[in-house]
Design a binder for this molecule. Structure first.
Ligand code: ADP
Length: 395
């Protein structure tokens, strides 16, 4: 079975075509600048195709994706009928979805109802779904939610200490994100350790541009650092993470900012970028810090400290942890970030082997043989989870 995986952003669309007989990646690519002009970058094995193409909307982008997949030169299928299902990443499923589902009108309505909760993400996700319905009529489609894995959190973890009526009226609570990634790396970590996931307490750290930590108890999310929106929690590339809410109204008043201004500032101009004034990219920050840039050094220290403190909270939430797991762009690639974060866990009995830690993008246990707790690198693969869920929904 060939499954097309789609991740639609406001002006972008990432895709992968997977053959689920053997979980082989057949092709992948990215459409950018949708609604502006349009650019496609497509890759199938060692064949690459890049083109500027008119993409006034997501339907046009999906059409170019299908054309690229069908192309005689860089394509991988002969007929569109070979695509037997589409799986969509949907950011927000609210309290409606605790797992992946096949899409029908009711599901679309529920995704639409969550647009208020994720105004930047859910509308393009829905547009992508509608575009596929139009261009691949009759092909089953599945929705895989970033929030679903975290629906197992208990009320003590997901409620905010604000008047309860606000939860009842508007569903204001912690939802958590990156659920597909946390679920995948927790399962892979268990397989790597040769233990059933159900018997393990794990702290999974998804450290990319957006970053979150999750307490995974027996394969289920017990708590996570992102909240009502992906702005809460860790210091991120450009997002502030936790901040005293009173500081927000103070800044708005002093700087004459509107709600939109301040939201933009907290989402796009804060985090390690805001503190360092250098970059949101950890490669640039590590280089600048090495060259003596004090603010870049402080931004990095803040990042390590916040991840470590949050993981420490989760060690308490889980009453101990068998392993800390690192994933995503920074977690998989930065030897320094992993070393610095783990240096806060010696009280939990974690000792790290620097030689083993000196690796990138592959599954590794970099704790020492005598360490009481394990430290793992597990590369994430959200697209594979989406394709697997889609396949199993159709079985
Ligand atoms: P996104 O949240 O956009 O999916 P990724 O998981 O792809 O993010 O992570 C992107 C980030 O990973 C980059 O911004 C960069 O900070 C970091 N990164 C990638 N490679 C390295 C590296 N070799 N060393 C340090 N950081 C890296």
């Amino acid at each position: 079975m060939k499954v097309l995986v789609l991740n639609c952003g406001s002006s972008s669309l990432k895709y992968q075509l997977l053959d689920m007989e053997n979980e082989n990646l057949l092709a992948k690519g990215l459409c950018e600048r949708i609604g502006i002009d349009g650019r496609l970058a497509h890759q199938a094995g060692d064949k690459e195709y890049k083109a500027d193409l008119p993409m006034p909307d997501h339907t046009a982008a999906v059409r170019f994706v299908l054309d690229a997949l069908l192309d005689k030169g860089h394509g991988v299928i002969k007929s569109i009928d070979e695509v037997q299902a589409a799986g969509h990443r949907v950011v927000h499923g609210g309290e409606h979805f605790s797992g992946s589902v096949l899409i029908d009108e009711k599901v679309k309505k529920a995704i639409e109802d969550c647009c208020d909760l994720a105004p930047l993400h859910n509308p393009p996700n829905l547009i992508g779904i509608n575009a596929c319905e139009k261009l691949m009529p009759g092909v089953p489609q599945a929705a895989v939610f970033d929030t679903a894995f975290h629906q197992t959190m208990p009320p003590k973890a997901y409620l905010y200490a604000i008047p309860y009526e606000l939860y009842e009226k508007y569903k204001i609570r912690k939802y958590g994100f990156h659920g597909t990634s946390h679920r995948y790396v927790a399962e892979r970590a268990a397989a790597f350790m040769g233990r059933p996931c159900g018997s393990l307490k794990l702290i999974t750290c998804h450290l990319g541009n957006g970053a979150s930590v999750c307490a995974v108890n027996g394969g289920k999310s017990a708590d996570t650092s992102m909240g009502f929106t992906p702005l809460q929690g860790l210091v991120m590339g450009t997002r502030s993470g936790d901040i005293d809410p009173a500081a927000v109204s103070f800044i708005m008043e002093k700087e004459g900012m509107t709600v939109k201004d301040v939201e933009g500032m907290l989402n796009k101009k804060s985090g390690v970028l805001g503190v360092s004034g250098v970059s949101s990219d950890f490669r640039d920050l590590e280089k600048a810090a090495e060259e003596g840039n004090a603010r870049a050094e402080t931004a990095l220290e803040m990042f390590y400290y916040k991840v470590a403190k949050t993981a420490g909270e989760y060690a308490a939430a889980l009453n101990g942890a068998d392993a800390v797991v690192f994933t995503a762009g920074i977690g998989e690639n930065s030897v320094l970030v992993r070393k610095k974060i783990c240096s806060y866990f010696t009280h939990l009995g974690l000792t790290v082997d620097d030689d083993k830690n000196n690796c990138r993008g592959r599954e590794v246990d970099f704790s020492t043989a005598g360490s009481k707790m394990k430290a793992l690198v597990i590369p994430t693969n959200e697209e594979l989870v989406i394709a697997r869920d889609t396949k199993s929904l159709l079985a």
